[in-house]
Design a protein around this ligand. Structure first.
Ligand code: GNR
Ligand code: NI
Length: 175
């Protein structure tokens, strides 16, 4: 396994529409392994392949929380070619962050519940109802596959402010 570099705003690759995974090859398994290592190291609860510069419809996620003794048992999950097949009218608000927009957090409103269809690494299809953090996270990750970032849901003023901050920071690192 290896930690890969996470690309950061305003990297234009974040705006790409990722391509479906046609076949689970050894390279895809290696990418998923590396995404888990990168995600746990960050740390983050989800990661889309484009965040490590691979425009493929592949997501890793782990929403496990610590138990009474403070131990967290990992629950790694892979979503290949995921699709939201239905969404509730009811909305919920969650404070979101993104590893590609470090140290910036804002409340985002999204459907409270979604039904998601996806393949696992063995090519089996699944359909699940997601709510709570799972619903928020899967919508955030599927947005990445479509070149959408959570800041796109904020006011233009807030979005422009974040974009400007990260554009300036990127300029400073090349100078
Ligand atoms: O680690 C992450 N936390 C998070 C918190 C609220 C809503 C979404 C997320 S996903 C984020 C990791 C990330 O950037 N995934 O694309
Ligand atoms: Ni993100």
């Amino acid at each position: 396994m290896a930690i890969r570099e996470i690309i950061i705003l305003p990297d234009k690759q974040l705006r790409l529409v990722s391509k479906p995974v046609e076949k689970v090859t050894p390279e895809i398994r290696k990418l998923a392994d590396d995404m888990f290592e990168t995600m746990y190291d960050a740390p983050g609860i989800g990661l889309a392949a484009i965040q490590v510069a691979q425009p493929l419809r592949l997501i890793t996620m782990d929403l496990a929380k610590p138990d009474e003794s403070g131990e967290t048992t990992r629950r790694p999950r892979v979503f290949i070619n995921p699709e939201i097949i239905s969404a509730s009218e009811e909305k919920s608000v969650y404070e979101e962050g993104c590893l590609s927009i470090p140290e910036y957090y804002e409340e985002v409103e999204r459907p409270a519940r979604v039904r998601v269809r996806f393949l696992d690494l063995d090519g089996n299809m699944h359909e699940e109802d997601a709510q709570g953090l799972y619903a928020t996270c899967i919508q955030h990750e599927i947005d990445h596959l479509n070149g959408v970032l959570f800041v796109d849901y904020l006011s233009k003023l807030k979005r422009d402010r974040v974009l400007k901050k990260f554009t300036k920071a990127a300029k400073r690192t090349v100078e």
